[in-house]
Design a protein around this ligand. Structure first.
Ligand code: PCA
Length: 212
C-alpha cells in the first residue's frame, strides 16, 4: 500500500491552535489517489522536529511527503518553492531555543527546491475558487528548518517527492481584520493539493512570482 506522509505542527508562539495539525488530523487515514494518508504531529522545536520527521519517514516509507505549517497573516494556501539552509528565529521555539544566523547543515547547499508540482497545485486550488499562490520563502523559523531537513533527506533520489505548504490562520485565531480560512475549507483544499501532487509528474509552467 502506497502512503503519503502528511505532517502538521503543534501550536507555537503562545497560541493554542495550529491549523496544520488540525488538517493533518482530519486527513489521517483517508485515501487520496490510491495512497493512504498517514499523518504525524511535529514539535515546534528546532532539531526535535527534524528528528521526528526522519523517524516518521523511516517508519511509514512514504511515496510522497508533504509538511504543513501555519503562516499567520497570509490569505492564501501557499506551496513553498525553496528551502533555505538557515535558522534565524524571531521568537523562541517551544523548547526555548532561538538560533540566530545558524546553518542547518554544514555540508548542505544554500537551498533546495521543492519537488512538488507547486504551480499545478496553485492552479488546481484556484480552479476550485480557493485562494492559493506560490510562496518564495518559508521564512527562517521551524517550518523552513523542517522543509530544508526534508529536502536534505530526499536529496539524490528521484522517486520520493516532498515539499512544504503554509496555510492561513483559522477564523478563531485570526485577529480582527486578518485573513483566515475555515478548517473545512483548508482540509478540502489540502486533499486537492495532495491529489495533484500524486497525479502531476511534471509541473505546469505558469507565470507567477512577485514584481518586487
Ligand atoms: N509555523 C511556523 C512554525 C510552526 C508553524 O506552524 C513557521 O512558519 O515556521
Amino acid at each position: 500500500m502506497k502512503t503519503i506522509l502528511l505532517t502538521g505542527f503543534e501550536p507555537f508562539g503562545g497560541e493554542t491552535l495550529n491549523p496544520s495539525a488540525e488538517i493533518a488530523r482530519q486527513l489521517h487515514g483517508t485515501m487520496i489517489a490510491g495512497h493512504t494518508v498517514v499523518s504525524a504531529l511535529l514539535p515546534c522545536v528546532f532539531g526535535a522536529a527534524r528528528a521526528e520527521l526522519k523517524k516518521q519517514i523511516r517508519t511509514t516509507r512514504p511515496a510522497l511527503i508533504i509538511c504543513l505549517g501555519q503562516a499567520g497573516g497570509r490569505a492564501d494556501i501557499t506551496p513553498e518553492r525553496v528551502a533555505l539552509n538557515l535558522d534565524d528565529a524571531r521568537i523562541p521555539d517551544n523548547g526555548g531555543q532561538q538560533p540566530v544566523d545558524a546553518v542547518i547543515s554544514r555540508q548542505g547547499p544554500v537551498a533546495y527546491w521543492s519537488t512538488l508540482p507547486i504551480k499545478a497545485i496553485v492552479r488546481a486550488l484556484q480552479q476550485r475558487g480557493l485562494p492559493s499562490s506560490v510562496s518564495q520563502t518559508a521564512g527562517t523559523f521551524v517550518c523552513n528548518h523542517v522543509f530544508y531537513s526534508l529536502m536534505h533527506e530526499l536529496r539524490g533520489q528521484k522517486k520520493i517527492r516532498g515539499g512544504f505548504i503554509h496555510v492561513p490562520w483559522l477564523p478563531e485565531q485570526a485577529p480582527a481584520g486578518q485573513p483566515s480560512l475555515t478548517l473545512a475549507v483548508l482540509t478540502s483544499a489540502l486533499a486537492v493539493a495532495l491529489e495533484t501532487a500524486v497525479k502531476v509528474r511534471r509541473d505546469v509552467r505558469l507565470p507567477g512570482g512577485a514584481t518586487h
